[in-house]
Design a protein around this ligand. Structure first.
Ligand code: NI
Ligand code: MN
Length: 224
């Protein structure tokens, strides 16, 4: 598959017949080299929680591509009211999609947001484990270090926040690696704003022996 990073927590996973965006924060993302109009052929959009830097351009992208939005029940109600096609998931087991499976897994973070002066209940923040072309990819969303990470099985690639302040920092992300034992990692959620400054090299250099890493600049892709 091809994995593209757009900065913050926005990723695109492409495999034959599927183009999956996760947390597509593009138009307002100071690091993203692409605008939503340039992203075509999207089949699915996975949203980890209701914060603006994760919902991002979900509404515009889902409309323009006819993509299915996968999120918790509260966020799906919000997206459905905007006319989008949605699929509700909650913490539980893996669910089969055309491209493989998706499992919603715990994260420790908020998810509510305001729109038009009203607070919208975004349900519970989550991460996702996708199984695609025989590979298991964990996108942690925004989260603190949680012991539940130790329950994740056979992760080939973990996408982990390292920017701190709102999520794990490098120290915590390294402890997460110790719980997850992924084959490889990609750091995310750093340097988009002043509050989440981090040097991804410090994270990569401190990884235990045997854990691979990919440092993707925003806009860069990886064949995985
Ligand atoms: Ni957040
Ligand atoms: Mn965030």
């Amino acid at each position: 598959m091809q994995i593209t990073f757009y900065g913050q927590s926005a990723f695109c996973l492409e495999a034959p017949g599927a183009k999956i965006l996760i947390d597509p924060y593009l138009s307002q993302n100071p690091l993203s080299p692409v605008k939503p109009e340039q992203v075509t052929g999207v089949t699915h959009i996975l949203v980890t929680h209701g914060h603006y830097d994760h919902i991002g351009d979900t509404v515009a992208l889902a409309r323009q591509n006819g993509a299915l939005v996968v999120a918790n029940g509260e966020l799906c109600s919000y997206f459905k009211a905007k006319g989008l096609k949605t699929h509700v998931m909650h913490f539980g087991s893996a669910r089969a999609f055309d491209f493989g499976t998706v499992q919603m897994v715990p994260a420790l973070h908020g998810s509510s947001f305001t729109e038009g002066g009203q607070t919208v209940d975004g349900g519970q923040a989550c991460g996702f484990v996708l199984q695609l072309e025989g590979k298991r990819i964990y996108h942690a969303g925004d989260t603190a270090l949680i012991a539940d990470m130790g329950l994740l099985e056979k992760i080939d690639l973990a996408l982990l926040p390292i920017g701190g302040h709102y999520t794990m920092d490098i120290h915590e992300a390294l402890r997460a690696v110790g719980l997850i034992h992924p084959a490889a990692v990609i750091p995310m959620h750093y340097n988009t704003f002043d509050e989440i400054r981090a040097n991804p090299r410090d994270f990569v250099d401190a990884l235990p022996a045997g854990v691979g890493s990919f440092l993707l600049a925003p806009g860069e892709s990886l064949a995985f």
